[in-house]
Design a binder for this molecule. Structure first.
Ligand code: 2IT
Length: 445
């Protein structure tokens, strides 16, 4: 496999799609060895086929705002690979959304979903719609207009969307209502639904809980645990909330959260009622964290900065892609970080990851660490298909098992000669082999 040739061909075909090219390069670099060991992958064109989505759907979303003015956004669904099951992955509503970002997310999702061992292919979608400052009525009308196009492309056995940044329980409700009306069926085609109408218990917590379960396994490899650990977290949404809940339960202390306006340092820990306050912050649709420091005076708001300058044992990025760069990584290492676990998708830049690897700091990549979210989405699909629901304890136990299993396969494929575990390689190889073998079995389609 000629990695540079493949990447330069992709650059020509998809100029400027930086995030997508970054995600592809990272995966191809780590699977090069296993591809070279399996010549039948080459003859079946697996790499050429896996790096391009099956199809990309782009559509216009016109809607009317509260002032009666017509607004126009772009809508997308990237159906990347369905070798393992229906396309599965979230919808992101954020002004930064473009094709490159959704292709990177869809590509990552293929391997992440494979790691869960549940029957799900990879996809992603969303819009450049900005939910910040929008009224409930505007969000509902936008979701309905978005679904008016999307519903034709999805279905319980073809493509099952869910939430991502900017799409939570409220948006899933509006999207589902419109889908059900148009499709005249009630098959639970979106996951992350309300707990009273088909949603799975633990789904809201799942990404954060799963991330902490995975990190606990990483700590175990060093005969350690969360007890007494200081943890820095970025973001203040659903994912940061789940992480704060579980870290606190396991005896650790989350000392930061962050938003686009800066970060909050809370030396006493984001615990108890403060964790629930995160949900209020999020629900305000304001996208700022400064009010936390007004509500809880022991905390300090540091405007315009990232939390990675704060001394910690464990760093868990929970916000968005490329949110932790080389300089941040150097700060963390100089401050004695023991473990870095990326809960956001592609949260760390390639330079930051290289620095962690060079310094032998255990680094868990997003597609392994945050797979708990989509794993519980998969369990929601199972429960919907059975028309039965599991208890909180049942779902949580399955999530824990899935995360431990992902850790185990990452160690199996990622352990280097000196004993250092390259989790990026381990997770990519394990996910890739599963998808590639399924593609071989299913022929050229
Ligand atoms: O990045 C992700 O894995 C998600 N946004 C969740 C996807 C899902 O289908 O639950």
């Amino acid at each position: 496999m000629n990695l540079n040739q493949i990447i330069s061909n992709l650059e020509k075909k998809h100029p400027g799609e930086q995030e997508y090219l970054q995600a592809v390069r990272e995966v191809l670099e780590t699977i090069e060895e296993v591809v070279n060991e399996n010549p039948h992958f080459e003859s079946a064109g697996i790499i050429d086929r896996i790096v391009e989505p099956d199809r990309v759907l782009m559509f216009k979303v016109p809607w009317v705002d509260d002032n009666g003015k017509v607004q126009v956004n772009l809508g997308y669904r990237v159906q990347f690979n369905n070798a393992l099951g229906p396309y599965k992955g979230g919808l992101r509503f954020h002004p930064s959304v473009n094709l490159s970002i959704l292709k990177f997310l869809g590509f990552e999702q293929i391997f992440k979903n494979a790691l869960t061992t549940l029957p799900m292919g990879g996809g992603k979608g969303g819009s450049d719609f900005n939910p910040k400052g929008k009224s409930d009525g505007e969000i509902m009308r936008f979701c309905q207009a978005f679904m008016l196009e999307l519903w034709k492309l999805i279905g319980p056995e073809t493509d099952v969307p869910a939430g991502d940044i900017g799409v939570g329980g409220k948006e899933i409700g509006y999207l589902y209502g419109m889908y059900k009306k148009l499709a005249r069926e009630n098959t639970g085609v979106l996951t992350g639904k309300g707990l009273g109408w088909g949603g799975s218990l633990i789904r809201p917590e799942a990404t954060g809980f799963g991330g902490v379960y995975f990190t606990e396994e990483m700590l175990k490899m060093m005969d350690d645990n969360f007890e007494g650990k200081t943890v820095t977290v970025s973001g203040f949404g659903n994912v940061a909330w789940g992480v704060a809940l579980k870290v606190t339960e396991l005896g650790g202390k989350v000392v930061t959260i962050s938003g686009p306006d800066g970060y909050v340092y809370d030396p006493e820990g984001v615990s108890g009622e403060k964790i629930h306050y995160l949900l209020e912050l999020r629900a305000s649709n304001q996208d700022i964290v400064a009010p936390y420091a007004e509500e809880f005076p022991e905390a300090k708001f540091i405007p315009g900065k990232h939390p990675w300058e704060v001394k910690c044992d464990i760093a868990m990025p929970c916000a968005t892609q490329n949110e932790l760069n080389e300089e941040d990584a150097r700060n963390l290492i100089n401050n004695g970080v023991k473990v870095v676990a990326e809960v956001s998708n592609m949260g760390c830049t390639p330079e930051a990851i290289k620095l962690f690897h060079d310094n032998k700091i255990p680094f868990g990549p997003g597609k392994a660490v945050n797979a708990g979210g989509v794993a519980v989405s998969g369990l929601e699909m199972t429960q919907n298909a059975m028309k039965l629901g599991w208890t909180k304890e049942e779902v949580d136990a399955k999530l824990l098992q899935i995360m431990r299993n992902i850790h185990e396969v990452s160690v199996r494929y990622g352990t280097e000669d000196d004993g250092y575990i390259n989790y990026v390689k381990g997770a990519n190889v394990a996910g890739f082999l599963k998808v590639a073998n399924a593609m071989i079995d299913q022929g050229v389609i």
